[in-house]
Design a protein around this ligand. Structure first.
Ligand SMILES: [Zn+2]
Ligand SMILES: [Zn+2]
Length: 140
């Protein structure tokens, strides 16, 4: 059992750099590896590179072992997952974009699945179709 006070890897990641503007480098403050990359302990002795961890946050999924996290800024210690990191796999980048697009279409803004049961459809005054998510309406 983790102790209640132990910070999660995400908390330690977020505490490990100073977030700047979206287009600036956010430099990891921890000790770099021999190759110049920042590292984060994620449980026991397991360590990950922080730029990979950052990109996984951005993508919302783990990187494959053969998938590189690339810096557009050529700064190994940068963890700016908003604009400086991307997957080195072009096919993956395209697939991620398609997947995000698909989810946007099939889910409401809060991420509820769009099904006939939870979608209320109406035509507004100008004749446009509006779709309302019943899950969201129940939350109000
Ligand atoms: Zn950068
Ligand atoms: Zn919803």
């Amino acid at each position: 059992m983790p102790t209640p006070n132990a910070l999660s890897p995400l908390d330690r990641f977020l505490a490990g750099f100073v977030r700047g503007a979206d287009d600036e480098c956010w430099l990891w403050r921890g000790e770099p590896s021999a190759k110049g990359y920042g590292r984060l302990r994620i449980g026991g002795r397991r360590q990950v590179y922080v730029h990979r961890f950052a990109l996984e946050l951005r993508l919302g999924r783990p990187l494959r072992d053969d998938e590189d996290a690339l810096h557009s800024c050529d700064t190994p210690l940068c963890v700016n997952y908003v604009s400086h990191l991307r997957s080195g796999d072009q096919a993956t980048n395209v697939a991620d974009a398609v997947e995000r697009d698909r989810l946007r279409k099939e889910r409401c803004r809060r991420g509820h699945e769009r099904t006939p049961e939870n979608t209320r459809t109406r035509i507004d005054r100008r004749g446009y179709v509006e779709r309302h998510c019943r899950d969201c309406e129940r939350l109000r």
